[in-house]
Design a binder for this molecule. Structure first.
Ligand code: XBP
Ligand code: MG
Length: 245
């Protein structure tokens, strides 16, 4: 393992939008299925869902939708309990979708992870999505034992303040026992980038369908995807950042 003090020690991956394009054809479909099962009229089309992505976290996103479009829902005394139930149902649908193989990895992800493992880099995950969703996605899209490749998986409600707050990245760093400056985060969204940068972690952005044109200032680099990015490229970017010329 590479332990030189100024070399890259760990890659910390976001999940949704970074490892796989899960939002439009995964999470959105699962939300809609849960709403339909509950006999509700809520129906999120792809454009509306893009607006709702301003808020991370599925329960938080439903509340945000209700604040904007269905205040009567929120006026019910059990609104938060209903959101919890809807979210659990949404997770069941999402897991089923992922298990069916509906959500492939984004280009370059499998190759970069293989390179990183071969080089002895440590791997971790920092995401706002539910832990179950991450585990099933890794198993279905990478390998049956892929969850074991990631030393720390920070997901969902382990921290109450979701991205853009730094908390989930800070939580992961504490468990890796690494300083932020020894790691590199991979993100696809402005909320995610704000979160990783606020935790002090140099970050590469791979733009995704819903996040093109967002404000990525502060990123080490912005690329369309990881297809053209090798581990050596990441290590070079990381070094440049340590000693700007
Ligand atoms: C992902 C999210 C998640 C998913 C839904 O953002 O915001 O909420 O959309 O998952 P990021 P849950 O990629 O920045 O982590 O319904 O399980 O919350
Ligand atoms: Mg993301």
């Amino acid at each position: 393992m590479n332990t030189h003090h100024d070399s890259l020690q760990a890659l910390i991956f976001d999940v949704d939008g970074t490892i796989s394009d899960t939002e439009r054809d995964g999470h959105r479909i699962a939300f809609n299925a849960a709403f339909a099962d509950a006999g509700m009229s809520w129906q999120w089309d792809a454009a509306l869902y893009g607006e709702l992505l301003a808020v991370t976290g599925g329960k938080e996103r439903m509340r945000f939708y209700a604040e904007r479009y269905d205040r009567d829902f929120l006026a019910q005394p059990d609104a938060d309990a209903r959101i919890k139930v809807l979210h659990a149902a949404k997770t069941v649908h999402y897991v089923r979708l992922v298990e069916s193989g509906a959500l492939p990895l984004r280009p370059g992800v499998a190759r970069l992870i293989a390179e990183a493992r071969a080089a002895g880099l440590r791997l971790a995950i920092a995401t706002t999505t539910t832990p179950e969703n991450v585990e099933v996605l890794l198993r279905a899209s990478m390998a049956p034992d892929a969850t074991s490749w990631f030393e720390v998986i920070g997901a969902g409600d382990v921290v109450p303040a979701k991205k853009p707050a730094p908390d989930i990245y800070t939580w992961v760093l504490e468990r890796l026992k690494l300083p932020a400056a020894a790691c590199l985060a991979l993100e696809d969204s402005e909320n995610g980038l704000k979160s990783s940068l606020a935790a002090g972690i140099p970050t590469l952005v791979t733009e995704s369908e819903y996040t093109q044109g967002q404000d990525f200032s502060g990123a080490l680099a912005i690329v369309p995807d990881l297809a053209q990015t090798s581990l050596a490229d990441l290590q070079a970017l990381f070094k440049q950042n340590l000693s700007p010329t």
